[in-house]
Design a protein around this ligand. Structure first.
Ligand SMILES: Cc1cc2nc3c(=O)[nH]c(=O)nc-3n(C[C@H](O)[C@H](O)[C@H](O)COP(=O)(O)OP(=O)(O)OC[C@H]3O[C@@H](n4cnc5c(N)ncnc54)[C@H](O)[C@@H]3O)c2cc1C
Length: 467
């Protein structure tokens, strides 16, 4: 089933027979009746179809399967290999209600200990778990027309959209209507490698003084020193104003600016800010940047939530989870995805087991059409969670605004104490010249300390003689 190229659902093979279709209730149909017939060779006898085999899609599928092993789940993933490898900060509470399984136990204890993990490492654990539990992951298959899924899987009761921030499931069934969409902050991210070990500079007095010269706030993540390569990865994040961000929106993760060959493309003001920081690290922290490793990208920190999270026509229920449902910055989205996936698994299992839900159906703007009460519960849960997270994200963003304002203002007042002198500022602007000055200054420093050492020695020996 796995091939090298992304295929469309049309090209996926079908083997076993399809479920007998049920009569839809007179509700607005989610899927039009005149879809083209599909052919292929996959088992279409499934209860649940998951679109998106990222961490949250797999997590949700695995949680359902552990809790109800007879559930037939199929996962579609667009890419052969998961494409992200960034480090995610986890909170142990995101795993509290998770179903127990030996492999998950190890994952949980690793995360509880380290509090962080690379996304692709998490993905690999979940893929092995899905394999072990017998959940087929069909990849690379791009679901470009989710409406065809009804034809392919007529008896699937639940379609889960776990297809990330640009969800096609949200677009198709929820018309991409948002409950909120806030642009909280604008960032320019600079990733590079330093030769040898290096250390944090942003949290030092020198770092603070440099930010005042740059007039932006800088956060810095220094990775682990790789001894075999003699390199240390560093990520800088500059919290910039919208006007500056607007000038570099073409610096994307797929197509970043590279220094020095893209210097012409980089806005001069931004280039100068980056140079100042790198010069400061070179001069005052002895860092040796590997110039050709520098990559610059511009990114927005957005908070958003789909208006509705569940849609149904009495036959099929479509549910959004993970980044497809809502997203917030500041190290929260994956955690929220896991929490929602766990909750969704509980509700799906209750629904498939025909457990009668004690709560009566209440009308909610987070549900479209007719859905079983368990899914209405899920929608209410996600609505509440996304509301709280929006507040938390806005507070954190205001904190950044205040810090930015403070750095900016304190750089302009005449009585500031923590500041570089004029020579040092010149050195920050022109790294090469500054290097000479720096060497000159450090040789002076060395000379004066040698002189004072020899003075101390001769003074104490003279003192002894006098005695
Ligand atoms: C740099 C960075 C740092 C982050 N740090 C943190 C952090 O510290 N803590 C935190 O909680 N969160 C963090 N996040 C957010 C976190 O990574 C995301 O919330 C998480 O990856 C979302 O998982 P997901 O499975 O919902 O979506 P995704 O990871 O986007 O996965 C969606 C999957 O669906 C597939 N797909 C999409 N469309 C289709 C289609 N049409 N057909 C088939 N498959 C499809 C995609 O290929 C993908 O594999 C960070 C994000 C970034 C970018």
């Amino acid at each position: 089933m796995v091939s090298d190229m992304t295929s469309d659902l049309d090209n996926v093979n079908v083997t076993s027979s399809m479920f007998a279709s049920k009569e839809p209730k007179p509700v607005q149909p989610l899927f039009p009746e005149n879809n083209e017939e599909m052919t292929g060779e996959i088992n279409t006898e499934v209860d649940i179809v998951v679109v998106g085999g990222g961490p949250v899609g797999l997590w949700t599928a695995v949680q359902i399967k552990i809790r109800r092993p007879t559930t037939r789940i199929i996962v579609f993933e667009k890419y052969e290999e998961y494409r992200r490898s960034h480090v995610v900060i986890f909170e142990p509470s995101s795993f509290e209600e998770a179903a127990e399984h030996q492999l998950l136990q190890k994952l949980k204890s690793d995360i509880i200990q380290d509090k962080k993990m690379r996304t692709n490492d998490l993905e690999n654990v979940l893929v092995s778990l899905a394999n072990e539990l017998g959940i087929p992951i069909l990849k690379p298959v791009n679901i470009s027309n989710p409406l065809q899924l009804r034809q392919q899987f007529p008896n699937a009761k639940v379609l889960i959209g776990a297809d990330g921030a640009r969800s096609i499931i949200r677009d198709t069934f929820f018309k991409n209507e948002f409950r909120y969409q806030d642009n909280l902050q604008y960032l320019v991210e600079i990733k590079y490698e330093a030769e040898g070990p290096t250390k944090q500079y942003a949290n030092t007095v020198g770092g603070y003084k440099t930010m005042k010269v740059m007039e932006v706030l800088v956060t810095e993540v220094v990775g682990r020193y790789k001894e075999e390569e003699n390199k240390t990865p560093v990520t800088l994040r500059l919290v910039v104003k919208k006007e500056l961000y607007d000038k570099c929106t073409d610096a994307t993760f797929k197509n970043p600016y590279r220094m020095p060959q893209d210097n012409e493309r980089v806005d001069p003001e931004l280039l100068q800010k980056i140079r100042i920081w790198l010069n400061a690290k070179k001069l005052f922290s002895n860092e040796k940047v590997i110039e050709e490793s520098i990559k610059i990208t511009a990114t927005k920190l957005d908070a958003y939530a789909s208006k509705a999270f569940v849609a149904g026509d009495g036959v099929t229920t479509v549910v959004l989870v993970g980044d497809a449902a809502f997203g917030v910055p500041f190290f929260r989205s994956m955690n929220n995805g896991l929490l929602s996936g766990t909750r969704l698994s509980l509700e799906v299992v209750a629904y498939l087991n025909n457990d009668t839900s004690p709560s009566e159906m209440r009308l909610s703007d987070s549900v479209i059409g007719s859905v079983p009460p368990q899914f209405a519960n899920y929608a209410r849960y996600v609505k509440r969670l996304s509301k709280t997270e929006r507040v938390v994200a806005s507070v954190k963003s205001s904190g950044l605004d205040v810090a930015n304002w403070y750095t900016d203002t304190s750089a302009k007042v005449p009585w500031q104490v923590a500041k570089w002198n004029e020579d040092e500022i010149n050195a920050l602007y022109s790294g090469e010249l500054a290097q000479e000055e720096y060497e000159y200054k450090s040789s002076l420093k060395k000379m004066s300390s040698t002189m004072s050492d020899s003075f101390t020695t001769s003074w104490s020996s003279n003192k002894k003689k006098l005695k």
